[in-house]
Design a protein around this ligand. Structure first.
Ligand SMILES: O=C(CO)COP(=O)(O)O
Length: 271
C-alpha cells in the first residue's frame, strides 16, 4: 500500500469480508448493522478506505435493502457467479441478477471453489468475462497449497492461475480488476503468511500484469492478501508496498473485529 505525496492512497485500499457459507439472511442483517454502527461511531472515511462484504446469495437482497435504505457507504458483492448469462443452468446465478441487486463485486476462483467444485482456470476466465459483461468487478482469487509452497514453486503456480484468469481482458478491464492472493495453507488455519510473503507475491503479480498489459495498468490494479487476517496482523500486512487490501474470512463474521481491521490505519505499526 503506497501513499502519494498529498497523503491519499495511490490505490483505494479495499477491506473485504468473505462470509463464506455463514450467516443466514437474518443474521447477515444484524452483522451488517453492527458493522455499520461501529464504523460510523469511529467516523470511518469510506472514500479513503473502502469496506465491502461478500454474503451468501440468499442474504444479498436484504443487504441491498439495508445499504440503500440507510444510505450506508459499504459496498457488497457475491461469492460466485455463473459464466452463463441465463438459461437452463439449474442452481447457478447470473451476473445479471447480481448487478440488479446492486452488487459491485463478485469473487471468482476462491480456492474453495477451485478445490471443492473443481473449477478450472478456463472456467474462471469465462466467469471473469461474465462479471465484466454485467458491470461487476471481479475479485480473482489465486494462491498455492502447502505442497506447492514447500516445493518453492508458489510464485510460478500463482502467476499461472492469474495469467489464465485474465486471458483476453483489455487493459482497461485489467486495471479495474481486483486480484486476491490467498495461500491455501493460510486459510482458516491461523497460519498467516508473513507480510513479506504477501508482498513477494503481490509484487510478482504486479510485475506480471505489467508484462501482460503495461506498467500504467499494473499500477492501477488492486491486489489483496487473504489468509487468517485479523485485527492483530492487518497493519503489518497493509504496510507492504504492493498490498492494497485484505480478503478476510473468519474475522469478518465479528463486526467489532472486522471494523478494527477496516481501521488498520489507526494501528499502523512502524519499524
Ligand atoms: O479464504 C479467506 C477469505 O476469502 C480467508 O479466510 P480466513 O480469514 O478465515 O483464513
Amino acid at each position: 500500500m503506497t501513499t502519494s505525496t498529498n497523503g491519499t492512497f495511490d490505490r483505494t485500499p479495499l477491506i473485504a469480508g468473505n462470509w463464506k457459507m455463514n450467516m443466514d439472511h437474518v443474521q447477515g442483517i444484524t452483522l451488517l448493522q453492527k458493522l455499520a454502527w461501529t464504523l460510523s461511531d469511529a467516523r470511518h472515511d469510506f472514500a479513503r478506505v473502502e469496506v465491502s462484504v461478500f454474503p451468501p446469495f440468499t442474504d444479498i437482497r436484504g443487504v441491498q435493502t439495508l445499504v440503500q435504505g440507510d444510505k450506508l457507504k459499504l459496498s457488497y458483492g457475491a461469492q460466485d457467479l455463473s459464466e452463463q448469462d441465463a438459461g437452463a443452468y439449474t442452481g447457478d446465478i447470473s451476473g445479471a441478477f447480481l448487478n440488479k441487486l446492486g452488487c459491485s463485486y463478485v469473487l471468482v476462483g476462491h480456492s474453495e471453489r477451485r478445490e471443492i467444485h473443481g473449477e478450472s482456470d478456463e472456467l474462471l476466465n469465462a466467469k471473469v468475462k461474465a462479471a465484466f459483461r454485467h458491470e461487476l468487478t471481479p475479485v480473482l482469487c489465486a494462491g498455492e497449497g502447502l505442497q506447492v509452497r514447500q516445493a518453492g514453486t508458489h510464485v510460478e503456480h500463482t502467476l499461472a492461475q492469474i495469467r489464465a484468469g485474465v486471458a483476453g481482458l483489455t487493459a482497461e478491464q485489467a486495471a479495474e480488476l481486483v486480484i486476491a492472493y490467498e495461500p491455501i495453507w493460510a486459510i482458516g488455519t491461523g497460519e498467516v503468511a508473513g507480510p513479506s510473503d504477501a508482498q513477494e507475491l503481490c509484487a510478482a503479480i504486479r510485475a506480471e500484469l505489467a508484462e501482460l498489459f503495461d506498467a500504467a495498468t499494473a499500477a492501477k490494479t488492486r491486489l489483496l492478501y487473504g489468509g487468517s487476517v485479523k485485527a492483530a496482523n492487518v497493519a503489518a500486512i497493509m504496510a507492504e508496498r504492493d498490498v492494497d487490501g485484505v480478503l478476510v474470512g473468519g474475522a469478518s463474521l465479528d463486526a467489532g473485529e472486522f471494523a478494527t481491521i477496516a481501521r488498520f490505519e489507526s494501528h499502523l505499526v512502524t519499524g
